[in-house]
Design a protein. Structure first.
Length: 367
């Protein structure tokens, strides 16, 4: 098998019947189904959703993004083999654990293939729920520059890079560009305070001010589940990002807040090896390893770390090709860590495009 066939990178051109444009993000491509196909599939599959719910097919790729760039590999390898299946397996595992614990549901109705989700449409909350148990990454870089307040939370002097924090810190940021909110720059992914969210809850797409406390509860309790179970697998959950949305209740009465996007994956979370940390060493077991590789490999790491140099970063992303051995090492990391977290082997995929089409054939949406 050629290197180009080891990973599936392009997923927005599959012959799936859909309406509107296919949205292709950093990792997933989303095909929104017609009202007729949605209604038919809901009835055929027996999904317990509100009448008129819109469905989509999400196809998970092996693309690797970091620092807002989707990176290309050498010798035709355009992704990380097994990454998509690892993300899917990990997210599904945690979503099931959350439901088992009675927290909240999620947008996934079915996963007919390791790279495919059938999802229901949710109205997203315009906040990315970021929670931190250790100081690292962008939080550390700001702290090292002298910043002692993040998202309205005061930090003490004397913290060290990688140190465990005394308590869980919830440091939300905007999801998308929001306008007209006092004190919030009209940019994507900017830190906000809890007070700003509560005072402007409707602008952040919360239904009520009380729902801000609900999102914090679902975030903190979900993190505890992941953290406790990861520790049993020898992994420390350093920090993570959750996203939330609303769906109409199946009864037609009211709405419920649910988890959306993904949770606890190696893309959305940082994990570290617990045994190494106990010995005073930091061994990254998430995408942070790939980020560190990039910083060590490109001519100037500041291009990646400095948001003011985005134009240079885009050019770097076009010209820098990731060596095959680095992508294969990242592949091993994703699969091995996913298997430790879930307790199950990540499915092997040999012909992703054909397998996806075969899996979706019973749904009557392949043209």
């Amino acid at each position: 098998m050629s290197l180009a066939n080891l990973a599936i990178a392009k997923t927005d051109d599959l012959p799936i019947n859909h309406q509107g444009n296919v949205h292709s993000g950093k990792v997933r491509s989303v095909y929104w189904l017609s009202a007729e196909d949605s209604a038919r599939i809901i009835e055929e599959r027996g999904y317990q959703v509100s009448p008129g719910t819109e469905l989509a097919v999400m196809v998970i790729s092996d693309r690797i993004s970091a620092y807002e760039i989707i990176w290309q590999g050498e010798d035709g390898l355009q992704g990380v083999p097994g990454k998509g299946a690892s993300l899917n397996a990990t997210a599904l595992h945690w979503f099931k654990e959350f439901e088992k614990a009675g927290l909240a549901g999620n947008h996934i109705l079915e996963s007919p293939h390791p790279l495919v989700w059938i999802v229901q449409k949710a109205k997203p909350v315009m906040v990315e729920g970021i929670a931190r148990q250790y100081i690292t990454g962008s939080m550390w870089r700001g702290y090292d520059r002298g910043e002692r307040n993040i998202c309205g939370i005061d930090l003490p002097d004397g913290l060290q890079n990688g140190q465990r924090l005394d308590e869980l810190l919830i440091t939300p940021s905007t999801k998308g560009i929001l306008t007209g909110i006092p004190g919030v720059p009209e940019k994507d992914d900017v830190n906000v305070t809890r007070e700003q969210i509560v005072d402007n809850f409707e602008a952040f797409a919360f239904h009520t001010p009380e729902d801000v406390a609900l999102y914090e509860k679902l975030l903190s309790e979900g993190i505890k589940i992941i953290s406790d179970q990861a520790a049993k697998a020898g992994q420390l959950l350093v920090d993570t990002k959750f996203e939330f949305g609303y769906i109409p209740n199946a009864s037609g009465d009211g709405h419920s807040m649910i988890y959306i996007d993904e949770v606890g994956t190696l893309d959305s979370s940082r994990y570290r090896d617990a045994a190494a940390y106990a010995d005073g060493k930091i061994v990254e077991n998430s995408k942070e390893m790939f980020r560190k590789f990039l910083c060590d490999s490109v001519p100037e790491a500041d291009v990646l770390l400095n948001k003011e140099r985005m134009d240079e970063r885009v050019e770097l992303g076009k010209n820098f090709k990731v060596p095959v051995d680095a992508l294969m090492a990242t592949s091993d990391l994703y699969k091995n860590t996913a298997e430790k977290l879930t307790g199950e082997a990540v499915p092997e995929i040999s012909n992703a495009r054909q397998e996806i089409l075969d899996a979706l054939s019973p749904y009557g949406i392949i043209s």
